[in-house]
Write a protein that binds this ligand. Structure first.
Ligand SMILES: Nc1ncnc2c1ncn2[C@@H]1O[C@H](COP(=O)(O)OP(=O)(O)OP(=O)(O)O)[C@@H](O)[C@H]1O
Length: 274
C-alpha cells in the first residue's frame, strides 16, 4: 500500500448550476498521511470529498487532480474503486446485511462477474475484522451494531478493498467520546502501519489537532489555510471563520487545544428573535 507521491490537487474548482461551490483549492498530501478537512457548515467539505473520490468528475475543473502521479480522470471506474474507498453516509441496503456480508462488499472491485470467493478472500475478511476489533461480531446484522462499530466495519470494508486512499465524511459524527477517539486512532494507526492515506471531514477542531498530520480549512468554498495543525489553528483565523472568540493552547507539549467562548446570552437572544 505504501505509495510515493500521494494526492495532488491544484486549482480545483467545482461549479453547480453556475454557482461556484469550490474555488481554487490547491494542496498536496504525501501517501500515508492523515488530512482533516475543516470549516463551518456549507464551507464545501463534503463537496471536496466527493470531488477527491471521483464522484463529481463532470462538474469539476483542476489544473491537477492526481492520485499517485496519475490524473484521477485516467483511472477506469474499476481501478478507482480498487484504490479509493469512500465512507459516505450509510444507506439502508447496507443495514440489512450481516457485518461480514457488508465487509465482503470490499472484494467487489477485485472480482470478475463470474469470479468465486477464494479461501484467501475469506482470510482477508477475517483479518480485516480482526484488525478493527470486530472479529467476534461478524455474524451480527449491521444495523444492530453501535455507531462506532458500524464505522469500524466500514473501515474493515476499505481494508478488504485494499484501498490506498480512504475518504470519510464526518466519520465520528454521532459517536460518543470514546468511539470518536477509537475510530480516529484506528485510522491514524492504519496510516502509520500500512501507508493508507486518510482524508476526512471533521467538525471537532481538537480531535483534528490530535489525529491529523495536515489540516485544510475551508470557508464559503475557498481555501483559507492548509498545513500542519500548528500552522492552521491560529486563534485570529478561527475567530474570523467560525465567528466566535477563540483561544488556542498547547496541552503538556501534546496536541493543541482550541476553546471557543460562547456568545453572550443577549446576542443569542437577539439573533433568535430575528
Ligand atoms: N448538488 C448541489 N446543488 C446545489 N448546491 C449544492 C449542491 N451540493 C452542495 N451545494 C452547496 O454547496 C455548499 C457547500 O456544501 P457542502 O455540503 O459541501 O458543505 P459542508 O462544508 O460539507 O457543510 P456541512 O458542514 O453543513 O455538512 C453549500 O452552500 C451547499 O448548499
Amino acid at each position: 500500500m505504501v505509495g510515493c507521491s500521494g494526492l495532488v490537487v491544484d486549482e480545483l474548482r467545482l461549479t453547480i448550476d453556475q454557482q461556484p461551490i469550490l474555488k481554487c483549492i490547491s494542496f498536496s498530501l504525501p501517501a500515508g498521511s492523515v488530512l482533516g478537512v475543516l470549516g463551518p457548515n456549507g464551507a464545501g467539505k463534503t463537496s471536496l470529498l466527493l470531488a477527491l473520490s471521483g464522484q463529481l468528475t463532470g462538474q469539476i475543473t483542476a489544473t491537477t487532480l492526481a492520485w499517485q502521479d496519475r490524473p484521477l480522470s485516467d483511472y477506469s471506474l474499476n481501478q478507482r474503486a480498487r484504490r479509493i474507498a469512500v465512507v459516505n453516509q450509510l444507506n439502508d441496503a447496507v443495514f440489512a446485511l450481516s457485518l461480514r456480508q457488508m465487509v465482503r462488499m470490499g472484494l467487489l472491485p477485485h472480482q470478475s462477474l463470474l469470479g468465486r470467493q477464494s479461501a484467501a478472500d475469506d482470510e482477508r475478511i477475517d483479518q480485516a475484522l480482526e484488525r478493527v476489533g470486530l472479529a467476534e461480531k461478524s455474524t451480527r446484522v449491521f444495523s444492530t451494531l453501535s455507531g462506532g462499530e458500524q464505522q469500524r466495519g466500514l473501515i474493515a470494508r476499505a481494508l478488504v478493498q485494499r484501498a490506498e486512499l480512504i475518504v470519510l465524511d464526518e466519520p465520528v459524527n454521532h459517536l460518543d467520546v470514546y468511539f470518536q477517539h477509537d475510530v480516529l486512532a484506528l485510522l491514524g494507526q492504519l496510516a502509520r502501519d500500512t501507508g493508507l492515506t486518510v482524508v476526512m471531514s471533521l467538525h471537532d477542531l481538537n480531535l483534528s489537532a490530535h489525529y491529523c498530520d495536515q489540516l485544510l480549512l475551508l470557508e464559503n468554498g475557498e481555501q483559507v489555510a492548509f498545513g500542519t495543525p500548528d500552522s492552521v489553528l491560529v486563534p485570529e483565523r478561527l475567530e474570523r471563520v467560525f465567528r466566535l472568540p477563540c483561544a488556542v493552547r498547547r496541552h503538556d507539549d501534546r496536541a493543541l487545544r482550541v476553546d471557543f467562548s460562547p456568545l453572550p446570552l443577549t446576542v443569542q437572544t437577539r439573533d433568535k428573535r430575528r
